[in-house]
Design a protein around this ligand. Structure first.
Ligand code: CA
Length: 537
């Protein structure tokens, strides 16, 4: 089923095309590609925007972001071309980041109310945006009533009496042992002989997934949020359900996937299995739609290496090979695996720093990430090249809407954050400029949305194109094949022959060029300026 989004923009674009008449028609294929129709398919190959609500947008003047703030920025998100939103945890929690939940069925009061959430879900639905929320199953807060009750029970237990779940059901919700295991990650319950597992820290006791009662609780929690309008879940820390035991983790995820899909067959789930490719690929056996693609992300991932490291292993050719490598690794476990590429997230330093704030590189990184097959995730603020590294709080700084820190919507950020100096202009200013990082991101997502094969296509390398600075791939989906050429040379124009004899009659469907130069095609020869990408079909 095809669903058209961006109706207003499309009407406007059609109007413009009408006014410009043949002028825009003849330029189509050059910069005129932007006026082509956007057709977004309503499936789980989306372009997602990750939001840390606390630092995103404040609606009520307390300088803490909230759900109404997110609602007020839906136009901004939609205009960029996103059709999915991932909210980091929104449930009540003692921490600023809220990855330690103390009530799974409520909204963090700083963020608003359940009515706000329902309003957000309905507003997203109207716009064809799927809304997923962070679901933290591995552990609860030590302030969660389940844990408090279990500890109270153990502390009141008569000496020499064995604890039992029949007396306190919550006793089996966590991993308690008698006697000090003598290793890190185990913490004493008061002054008793009992210890509990907390793989992250003492404030996050690990949940025991061997308990059927725990699984029932989470089934109820999943029901609750799907009913409130969540379109799925981002699953935190799935490799720690049974730390070091991938097979057992896959079993837990199989249960969860089967349950969620039985309630809502089109729900989308993406898991965080922070491991190397060989391991995270195995998680696809669970049936969960996607797992984050750690291979391409971060300061030493493929995107950064391609743009900032030298040598053959970091060439454009190596980038194209990596696309195939990841695709083949995950499809080995499930043919319909949906890769979940991202460049950075809330646990990683912001990408502009990896590029030493070189604006050309910051821009070029966008298509290397966003034109990947799968469901692509962009962390808020990356589209304007925000700053943030070092301690976690710095990576979760206030969305830089305005140069005026007191302007409407601006947040104060985490209390322990060090002051962040943004190197690029604020969103408000970048939105006014056609050659800002913001505009480059918007164009990149537009190109993705115009060509459904970009998100859904199976990638193959064009091995006959051997220039080390050129990545040349095809993507095939639903019987259609398109071609993408990336010139990853910082300085050199490249010519690539795409003869009609070999590839059929191709035309430029659209392109991105960091310096604003045109990509052209004549007699089968494509000319690409330095740092440009073209889609041919
Ligand atoms: Ca607020």
């Amino acid at each position: 089923m095809k669903q058209k989004t961006n109706k207003f923009r499309k009407i406007f674009v059609l109007f413009l095309a009408f006014v410009l008449g043949t002028a825009s028609l003849t330029s189509c294929g050059n910069s005129g590609w932007r006026s082509k129709e956007v057709t977004v398919i309503d499936d789980n190959y989306r372009t997602w925007y990750e939001i840390f609500v606390y630092s995103f947008c404040d609606s009520d003047g307390d300088q803490v972001g909230d759900l109404q703030g997110v609602i007020s920025k839906l136009d901004y998100i939609e205009d960029l071309g996103f059709n999915g939103i991932w909210l980091m945890p929104i449930m009540p929690s003692p921490s600023y980041h809220k990855y330690d939940v103390k009530d799974y069925l409520e909204i963090e009061p700083e963020y608003g109310t359940m009515a706000d959430f329902e309003e957000l879900a309905a507003e997203c639905d109207k716009r064809g945006i799927k809304l997923i929320i962070d679901l933290v199953l591995n552990h609860t807060s030590s302030e969660h009533p389940w844990f408090v009750a279990a500890c109270d029970y153990l502390e009141s237990l008569e000496e020499r009496k064995e604890p039992s779940a029949s007396e306190c059901p919550y006793y089996e919700y966590y991993n308690f042992v008698k006697g000090n295991p003598g290793s890190d990650n185990w913490y004493q319950v008061g002054s008793t002989d009992y210890y509990y597992e907390g793989i992250f820290w003492s404030g996050m006791p690990d949940v025991n997934f061997a308990s059927q009662a725990v699984r029932k609780e989470f089934e109820g929690i999943v029901d609750f949020w799907l009913e409130k309008g969540a379109g799925g879940f981002r699953l935190d820390a799935v490799k720690e359900f049974y730390s070091g035991a991938t097979g057992q983790n896959v079993e837990v995820l199989t249960w969860l996937n089967d349950y969620v899909k039985s309630v809502k067959p089109d729900a989308y789930m993406v898991g965080e299995a922070w491991e190397g490719l060989g391991t995270y690929a195995q998680y696809y056996a669970s049936g969960i739609d996607s797992f984050f693609d750690f291979e391409f992300a971060g300061p030493t991932g493929v995107v950064t290496k391609t743009l900032t490291f030298s040598g053959e292993n970091n060439s454009a050719q190596a980038y194209a090979k990596a696309l195939c490598r990841v695709q083949n690794a995950i499809r080995e476990y499930r043919e319909d695996a949906i890769d979940a590429p991202f460049f950075v997230n809330h646990d990683m330093a912001r990408a502009a720093g990896y590029m030493q704030y070189d604006e050309r590189k910051v821009k070029m990184a966008a298509p290397l990430n966003i034109l990947m097959s799968g469901s692509v995730f962009v962390y808020y603020g990356e589209e304007i090249g925000m700053t943030g590294s070092g301690k976690d709080e710095n990576k979760r700084a206030p969305m830089y809407w305005s140069a005026d820190a007191q302007a409407k919507g601006m947040t104060r950020g985490p209390l322990d954050m060090e002051p962040q100096e943004n190197q690029f202009a604020c969103a408000e200013d970048q939105m006014k400029s056609d050659d800002s990082i913001y505009s480059f991101y918007r164009d990149t997502i537009l190109l993705r949305n115009q060509n459904p094969e970009i998100a859904r296509g199976i990638v193959a390398r064009l091995e006959e194109i051997t220039d080390q600075d050129v990545a040349a791939i095809s993507k095939t989906y639903n019987g259609e094949t398109i071609y993408l050429l990336y010139n990853i040379s910082e300085t050199e124009e490249k010519q690539v022959t795409m003869s009609a004899g070999q590839y059929g009659e191709l035309e430029i469907a659209g392109y991105l060029s960091v310096d604003g130069g045109k990509v052209t095609m004549k007699d089968g020869v494509v000319t690409l300026p330095a740092y440009s990408v073209v889609v041919l079909r």
